[in-house]
Design a protein around this ligand. Structure first.
Ligand SMILES: [Zn+2]
Length: 64
């Protein structure tokens, strides 16, 4: 079951879902990953190895 709220917004034909992500804390780095794709409790950025902060973004829903 999803542990985040599924507040659905419609942008064209793409369904946007509020998704928990890890975003790189380094302001010069735009890297982020979906929390569902990370198995570490406190992941490091795969690009610059900075710590990452948890936030919620509206992202296109993944099918399947
Ligand atoms: Zn980074």
């Amino acid at each position: 079951m999803a542990k985040y709220g599924r507040t659905k917004q419609f942008a064209g034909e793409i369904e946007m879902v509020d998704t928990s992500v890890w975003a790189c804390a380094n302001q010069g780095c735009k890297c982020w990953i979906r929390e569902d794709y990370s198995f570490a409790e406190n992941p490091l950025c795969p690009i610059c190895e900075s710590s990452m902060v948890r936030e919620v973004r509206s992202l296109p829903e993944i099918q399947g």
